[in-house]
Unconditional design. Structure first.
Length: 323
């Protein structure tokens, strides 16, 4: 979470109840749907979401302005067993994101199980339990959000799943959801409202996220790297923005894609520059979607040897703890 701004006295909402404002972290294992849910709640694609685990690397605050509250939603990286320096940074970042918040939404995928016997024997896996344990240590109220329920043949199959989860922790609520079908979002809203303290909005309601457009532009490029480069290479890629000039009618952005090894550079560029061109074209469209303005995007690929394993190099690429 970021520094909590000073809070003034709350104004009443239209129905006379006091306005509420605070922080809500979205946490859980990689790929469970945290970024997708944040986007669904705020109603805009602020956080990149891909079919690959470990897409999100840094915290991002997305501001959800409801008539009764302002919830500052904290998107976090997935909690997992980290091996590289980059992965350790990501897990630390996730736990920093959940520290001192008013509510933690613990997201977990609803298991797709068809036969009853498998359901009776089902229990959250070791990774999910470890994520839960590390969040319990932070001592914040927690709501369990079961995600991707649209994939289930029947919602009845959730009853034993909800029961197993409830044996592990006293959640304030357990909510089956589908971000894709916008199901369960109202129940999440109710829980957020119940947990936020009374107070004025913490952020300017015009502000969508706490991150600069430069940061979002780099994320847009990363999303396209995930979309266009096989299963492994995106994990070796980082993106830095070298220049961002807002012109009168269009923005002009220069970015570098960092890879870890020389052999990776050729793959990112592709024969005749085909791959990098298509990454650039689609990233540009994503950036324009966010800014509402056309832009030119110039991409360069550079080898920053073994950057995922070296704390100093990570910091130089922007992955650093807040000072
Ligand atoms: N069917 C279905 N798929 C979903 C839903 N929510 C997310 N997904 C998919 O799950 C995948 C992962 O989604 P993300 O939002 O990136 O997950 P995440 O938890 O942020 O992942 P990391 O940032 O990697 O930890 C994407 O392919 C999403 O489209 C849902 O409600 N239903
Ligand atoms: Mg994510």
């Amino acid at each position: 979470m970021s520094e909590r701004p000073e809070v003034g006295e709350a104004d009443a909402t239209a129905d006379g109840t006091p306005f509420r404002a605070g922080f809500v972290a979205l946490c859980g294992r990689p790929n469970v749907g945290k970024s997708t849910l944040l986007n669904a709640l705020v109603g805009q694609d602020l956080a990149i979401a891909t079919r690959f685990p470990q897409t999100t690397r840094e915290r991002m605050l997305g501001v959800w302005n409801d008539e009764a509250f302002q919830a500052v939603l904290v998107d976090t990286p997935g909690i997992h067993r980290a091996k590289s320096e980059l992965n350790r940074f990501m897990v630390d970042e996730a736990l920093r994101g959940a520290k001192d918040v008013d509510l933690v939404l613990l997201l977990a995928e609803a298991p797709i199980l068809v036969d009853e016997e498998a359901l009776d024997n089902w229990t959250p896996g070791p990774g999910a339990r470890a994520a839960l344990e590390s969040l319990i240590e932070l001592g914040r109220p927690m709501v369990l959000v079961l995600t991707k329920c649209d994939r289930l043949p029947s919602r009845d199959s959730l009853i034993p799943v909800l029961a197993r989860w409830s044996e592990l922790h006293e959640f304030a609520a357990v909510i089956p959801t589908s971000a894709v079908e916008k199901e369960g979002l109202e129940a999440i809203r109710d829980q957020i409202l119940a947990h936020l303290p009374e107070g004025e909005a913490l952020y300017d309601p015009e502000l969508l996220s706490d991150r600069s457009m430069r940061w979002h532009a780099a994320e847009c490029v990363r999303a396209e790297l995930f979309g266009k480069l096989g299963d492994e290479l995106p994990y070796s890629c980082a993106v830095t923005i070298e220049s961002y000039r807002a012109g009168r009618s269009r923005d002009r952005i220069g970015a570098t894609v960092h890879v870890e090894r020389k052999s990776q550079k050729g793959i990112v560029i592709g024969a005749g520059g085909r791959v990098i061109k298509s990454i650039g074209r689609d990233a540009r469209a994503r950036i324009s979607e966010l800014t509402g303005r056309p832009c030119d995007l110039f991409l360069e690929v550079r080898v920053t040897e073994n950057w995922t394993k070296d704390r100093k190099k990570l910091e130089s690429l922007g992955y650093r703890e807040p000072s």
